[in-house]
Design a protein around this ligand. Structure first.
Ligand SMILES: Cc1ncc(COP(=O)(O)O)c(C=O)c1O
Length: 311
C-alpha cells in the first residue's frame, strides 16, 4: 500500500463511530462517523484534509496560506483556525454578491475567521470564477494556495486515512453503505480511493448539495487521476464508478427549504445530533426519506458545519 504523505496532527482522532437510533423511519438505526467532533473551532471534515495540506505548506517554507469558498465556508474557517494554531497567516477569498458593511455584525464561520485574524477579501461570484488566478497572484514568495474545499489529491488523503480508521472501528461488521455530503468532491474522492485501496466492497454514495452527478463524478475522477500520478500504488477510480445521489440540493447551495429545516429539527430533537443547513442537513435527508436505498446498516459521515447554524 502507498506510504502516506506527511501530516501535521490537527484533528482529534479517531472520531467516534456511533449508533444513532430514533431518527430513521421504521425503527431503523444508522451508524454515524462523528467527524463533526474532529475538534471545536477546528472541526469538521476539512481538518482531515488540512493535516496533509499544512504539512506540505510548512515543508515548502510557506508563512501564509490562501484559500477560498463561500462567505460562510467551513473550509475557510478551519483553514484560518489551523493557520493561527500553527503560527501562520491566512488569506481568505470569500464569495458573496453582497459583502457585509462595516457595521454589519459578522456571524457563524465569518465571525471565527475574523476572530483568529484571517485577512478576508470579499469577491463577487463573477470574480470567484477566476479564484485560482486570484489566489496565485496573491500568493507571492511565502504563500501556499489551498484549493476550494481542500479538494485535491493531497487533501484526499484525509479520507483515504479515515477509511483505515473506520475499518479498525467496524472490525468484522462492515456497514451496508457509506453516505456523505458532497460539495467540492474531496471527501467523496478520499473515501472511494480509500475503500478501493483496502479492497473493501462497501458501496459509497455522495449526496450532491449543489451541481449534479456528472459534475462530481468528473471531480472525483480528476482527483483520483492526480492521486495515482503522485502515488502510483493508489488504485485509480473511474468517474462512472462513483455513485452520486441527486435530489437533495433543494433550492441550491446554502439555500434551505422549510422541509429541510424541519428534518434538521427532527434529528436534533430525536438524537441530539446537530446537522448543518448547507451540507449534512441536506445529505442526511437521503437516509430519512429513502432508507431502503442503503441497506440495513448504513453509515453516515457527519462532516460537521455546526457554525452554519449560527450564521
Ligand atoms: C460541513 C461540510 N460537509 C460536507 C462538505 C463537503 O465536503 P467536500 O467539499 O469534500 O465535498 C463540506 C465542504 O464542502 C462541509 O463544510
Amino acid at each position: 500500500m502507498s506510504a502516506e504523505p506527511d501530516r501535521v496532527p490537527l484533528a482529534c482522532l479517531p472520531t467516534p463511530l456511533e449508533r444513532v437510533v430514533g431518527v430513521l423511519p421504521e425503527r431503523r438505526s444508522c451508524l454515524v462517523k462523528r467527524d463533526d467532533l474532529t475538534g471545536a473551532a477546528l472541526s469538521g471534515n476539512k481538518v482531515r484534509k488540512l493535516e496533509y495540506l499544512f504539512a506540505e505548506a510548512r515543508a515548502k517554507g510557506a508563512r501564509r496560506v490562501l484559500t477560498c469558498g463561500g462567505i460562510q465556508s467551513n473550509h475557510c474557517r478551519a483553514t484560518a483556525v489551523a493557520a493561527a494554531q500553527l503560527g501562520m497567516r491566512s488569506v481568505l477569498f470569500l464569495r458573496t454578491a453582497t459583502p457585509p458593511g462595516p457595521d454589519d455584525p459578522a456571524t457563524g464561520n465569518l465571525k471565527l475567521d475574523l476572530l483568529v485574524g484571517a485577512e478576508v477579501r470579499f469577491i463577487t461570484p463573477e470574480q470567484y470564477r477566476d479564484r485560482a488566478t486570484l489566489m496565485a497572484d496573491a500568493a507571492g514568495e511565502d504563500g501556499y494556495v489551498i484549493p476550494e474545499g481542500g479538494s485535491n489529491a493531497l487533501g484526499a488523503w484525509g479520507y483515504i486515512r479515515c477509511i483505515d480508521e473506520l475499518c479498525a472501528q467496524w472490525g468484522d461488521a462492515p456497514p451496508s453503505a457509506i453516505v456523505c455530503a458532497t460539495g467540492s468532491g474531496g471527501t467523496l474522492a478520499g473515501l472511494v480511493i480509500g475503500l478501493a485501496r483496502r479492497g473493501v466492497e462497501v458501496p459509497c454514495h455522495g449526496v450532491a448539495v449543489c451541481d449534479d452527478a456528472g459534475y462530481f463524478q468528473e471531480i472525483v475522477g480528476r482527483i483520483s487521476a492526480e492521486a495515482t500520478e503522485r502515488w502510483p500504488d493508489l488504485p485509480r477510480v473511474a468517474p462512472e464508478a462513483v455513485s452520486v445521489i441527486e435530489g437533495y440540493k433543494g433550492r441550491g447551495y446554502a439555500l434551505s427549504t422549510p422541509e429541510e429545516r424541519a428534518d434538521v429539527v427532527r434529528v436534533a430533537r430525536g438524537s441530539g445530533m446537530i446537522l448543518d443547513p448547507v451540507y449534512t442537513g441536506k445529505a442526511f435527508r437521503s437516509l430519512l426519506h429513502e432508507p431502503e436505498r442503503f441497506g440495513e446498516r448504513p453509515l453516515f459521515i457527519h462532516t460537521g458545519g455546526i457554525f452554519g447554524q449560527l450564521a
